[in-house]
Write a protein that binds this ligand. Structure first.
Ligand SMILES: [Zn+2]
Length: 107
């Protein structure tokens, strides 16, 4: 599955992407992200030509590029998987959230 769809677990509208190989991941997995771009997300999404949606982690070494948009990994918000958060979240997502929560409003 690739492109707009629904989460099979919570039926929320998501965007199915194929993961790009990263520093710690082999890539090629199907990963649902938020249907719309989300500046709080940590996943860069781009269109591969006119067909596949590709996603990758944004890191300090590989920041967001102009042709990419930030999305939130769906497993971070999936209502059906909240109890699995510590196991399912890619490393760094929870810490990013904590940092935002601790940041004063308006920054
Ligand atoms: Zn879901």
């Amino acid at each position: 599955m690739n492109g707009p769809g629904r989460c099979p677990d919570c039926s929320e509208a998501v965007l199915w992407t194929r993961t790009q190989p990263g520093a710690t991941t082999a890539g090629g997995k199907q990963m649902p992200v938020s249907r719309r771009p989300d500046p709080a997300g940590n996943t860069a999404v781009r269109r591969d030509g006119t067909t596949a949606w590709i996603s990758r982690r944004v890191t300090d070494a590989q920041p967001l590029m102009g042709y990419e948009r930030l999305h939130m990994p769906h497993q971070a918000t999936c209502r059906a998987h909240q109890h699995q958060l510590p196991l399912e979240l890619p490393a760094g997502v929870a810490r990013l959230d904590d940092r935002r929560r601790n940041r004063p409003p308006g920054r």
